[in-house]
Design a binder for this molecule. Structure first.
Ligand code: ASP
Length: 341
């Protein structure tokens, strides 16, 4: 029987009503007691790393989580992290960059309803998460939710209330869980080397959602405070060319400062392609402009946080950004072409 470490962080799964709304109250052991059938799956140790609504999750918390996995890595066969659903996709992406090449499963799960409620999804999700965490065929970071095993860099919360809250964006589910069994859709070779753990993140990344008629002066203000900017543009991607190219000249301020500016799309599926329209190609002609392609916004943000402490050289930033990690970037041909440029 495998031994799995539960790292509890809070979220709805651990919440109870308080005078001012639901808040995390239950501890790791309370949660485990709600699912006695787990005794037939694996041996479990538990630790309470924090007990927060995941709205309060931060890059500092991600570093604590990665460090916790690192310090217990050799003692366990896999890890389950209970977490609020609201920022779980960001945490899954962040951990995919902070812990690379893990041969053991690191599984995030949570629930839409607290574990003590009658009609909760928590008990099933927790059971499934431990099944996945002790599965020999899984390695790396995953979100397990509503019977699906989703690659950590592809997960996104798509529904605020329904049990099928998470989707895998433009990538197949890695596996399904049905009645206590795992059905693998994708089987990957286990990494033979030890994982690489990273211990630094730079949180100074800003995401700007483009709206029609936006005043580009905001870009000039943001460059003073932030190390990287992500613009969620429209459709396959582009920037407005109105008013004497104000927008494009504001973009140049970022490249002049040697800071990356990444263009992505606010459309949920299929990613960006700046080559399609003139508004995209003109923006992309600035050498400081990068493109998200098929990366999710959660991956773009956390990848930039992971890259920024490593280098200030824009060419190196670009190279790291376009190097796929844990299936975050799927359009390999274009990416490789851009690295070579
Ligand atoms: N606000 C909660 C959290 O993210 C929501 C949840 O867990 O479903 O911690």
């Amino acid at each position: 029987m495998k031994t799995i470490l539960l790292i509890a962080t809070g979220g709805t799964i651990a919440s109870r009503p308080t005078g001012s709304g639901l808040a995390p109250q239950l501890l790791a052991q309370d949660i485990l007691q709600c699912v006695p059938s787990l005794a037939s799956v694996c041996r479990i140790d538990a630790l309470q790393l924090m007990n927060i609504d995941s709205t309060n999750m931060s890059p500092a918390c991600w570093l604590r989580l990665a460090q916790c996995v690192q310090s217990h890595y050799d003692a366990y066969d896999g890890f389950v992290i209970t977490h609020g659903t609201d920022t779980m996709a960001y945490t899954a992406s962040a951990l995919s960059y902070l812990i690379q090449g893990s041969g053991k499963p690191i599984v995030l799960t949570g629930s839409q309803k607290s574990i003590y409620e009658q009609d909760t999804d928590a008990r099933r999700n927790l059971f499934d998460a431990f099944l996945a965490a002790q599965d020999d065929a899984l390695s790396g970071v995953f979100v397990v939710f509503d019977g699906r095993v989703i690659c950590g860099t592809r997960a996104r919360k798509m529904r605020t209330k329904s049990m099928n809250a998470f989707s895998s964006i433009d990538y197949p589910d890695v596996a399904l869980l049905r009645e206590g069994r795992i059905l693998h859709y994708i089987r990957e070779k286990k990494p033979s080397a030890r994982p690489v753990f990273y211990s630094r993140l730079n949180p100074r990344v800003f995401v700007l959602r483009l709206i029609p008629g936006m005043n580009p002066s905001i870009l000039r203000l943001l460059v003073q405070e932030y190390g990287a900017l992500v613009i969620e543009s429209f459709g396959v991607g582009g920037l407005p060319c109105y008013e004497q190219e104000d927008f494009l000249s504001a973009v140049s301020v970022w490249s002049a400062a040697g800071k990356p500016l990444v263009i992505t799309t606010q459309v949920p599926h299929e990613g960006s392609d700046l080559t399609v329209y003139e508004v995209g190609a003109r923006a992309a002609s600035n050498p400081g402009v990068l493109e998200a392609h098929t990366m999710t916004i959660e991956s773009v943000v956390t990848k930039l946080m992971w890259i920024l402490p490593q280098t200030r050289d824009l060419a190196r930033i670009k190279r790291l950004f376009y190097t796929p990690v844990a299936h975050d970037l799927l359009c390999f041909e274009r990416a490789v072409q851009e690295i070579d440029e």
